[in-house]
Design a protein around this ligand. Structure first.
Ligand code: MRU
Length: 345
């Protein structure tokens, strides 16, 4: 067991406190949420981000709404369902958000005290994150050989999961098993999750990391002899097509070219049983400002057109295997994924 280095949120004193990931690593500040609206804004504005953790935080948001409605004498099932629809719309790509909220709604079945039921469900999801991230990290560490040079993108650690992490969790576990791995992290333009968050988390754990810009990935594979590409996932279709942070698809194409194994990591809750293929995955487009500015400094002429998709979809044919908390899922995915999903509660 590895000590959790960082917690992206905590529920204390009747309030949900979110570690503000927008200002890491410069400042460690907490944003307080007391309603579903507060939580919606925090998810939309990326105070908290990362597919699994936004689901759990949204589950707390639904409880906060129940508590508020009760105080106002307006706690009804309809109001909670409306709040769940609102929270689901905060970010469209990660399926964990709707998965977690659906579970919260199901937890109301047969319960008189809706506020208590939603609180207990959010706490359950928080505990489960620690358990499944430990499993996925342990399973993932098994595919990492001693001395491996690993390339990753975005942030897939404790900040993104509320547990140990997924792909980064496996690297953390491998390091603790004394495998002398080298981690190369793409900075992850434009939001810089790699530079700001992954590098910061690894620093807390005293694990060395080498940061590269996203455009250096091919050259780094060639010159540094990358052995493995390990990434997260936001939504996986039944055929294995995988949506993840923008820039992941180019890593998969490059990995194929250099014959490097490419593994997305995801809990079973990141698989979408309603999607036959990745073509149907809705891709979030974000504010052009994220590209036009670095902090408060403009870096492109005003009026410049911008395309800012937050995710891309890697076709299943480029994926070596998908690491889950229930084990490694291997091709052919159209057979192995439906089989694995039977284990979902
Ligand atoms: O836009 P973000 O920062 O929420 O995107 C996060 C990612 O793409 C992660 O790789 C993914 O959510 C998996 S996190 C365990």
């Amino acid at each position: 067991m590895v000590d959790l280095p960082v917690q992206p949120f905590r529920f204390k004193g009747g309030k949900l406190h979110l570690l503000d990931q927008r200002v890491l690593p410069w400042k460690k500040t907490w944003v307080k949420c007391q309603s579903a609206r507060d939580v919606f804004l925090a998810i939309r504005q990326m105070v908290v981000r990362g597919a699994p953790v936004i689901g759990t935080v949204a589950a707390y948001g639904l409880f906060l709404e129940a508590r508020k409605a009760k105080k106002e004498g307006q706690l009804t099932r309809q109001r909670i369902e409306k709040a769940a629809r609102f929270l689901k719309s905060a970010r469209p790509t990660a399926v964990n958000l709707s998965w977690a909220l659906e579970r919260s709604l199901q937890s109301l079945e047969g319960k008189e005290d809706m506020e208590q039921a939603l609180f207990e469900e959010a706490q359950r999801q928080e505990r489960e994150n620690i358990a499944w991230t430990e499993k996925i990290s342990r399973i993932g560490a098994e595919i990492i050989p001693h001395g491996a040079r690993i390339l990753t993108i975005c942030n897939t650690g404790p900040l993104a999961t509320g547990g140990y992490g997924t792909a980064l969790g496996a690297m953390i576990f491998a390091w603790n098993q004394k495998k002398k791995i080298q981690i190369f992290a793409c900075e992850t333009r434009p939001y810089l999750q790699g530079a700001r968050l992954t590098a910061w988390e690894l620093k807390q754990l005293k694990i060395p990391v080498t940061l590269i810009t996203d455009g250096m990935a091919a050259w780094t594979m060639e010159k540094k002899g990358i052995d493995l590409v390990l990434v997260g996932a936001d939504r996986i279709a039944l055929n294995g097509d995988t949506a993840n942070k923008i820039g992941t698809l180019q890593l998969a194409i490059l990995a194929h070219h250099f014959r490097i194994p490419f593994y997305p990591f995801a809990p079973l809750s990141s698989f979408d049983p309603h999607l036959a293929s990745g073509e149907e995955i809705s891709i979030e487009e974000r504010n052009p400002r994220e590209i036009l500015f670095l902090g408060n400094s403009r870096i492109a002429p005003s009026g410049t057109e911008v395309f800012n998709p937050a995710f891309d979809v890697t076709p299943a044919k480029l994926i070596t295997g998908i690491v889950t908390e229930e084990g490694l899922i291997s091709p052919p995915f159209s057979e192995s994924i439906p089989g694995a999903l039977k284990k979902l509660p």
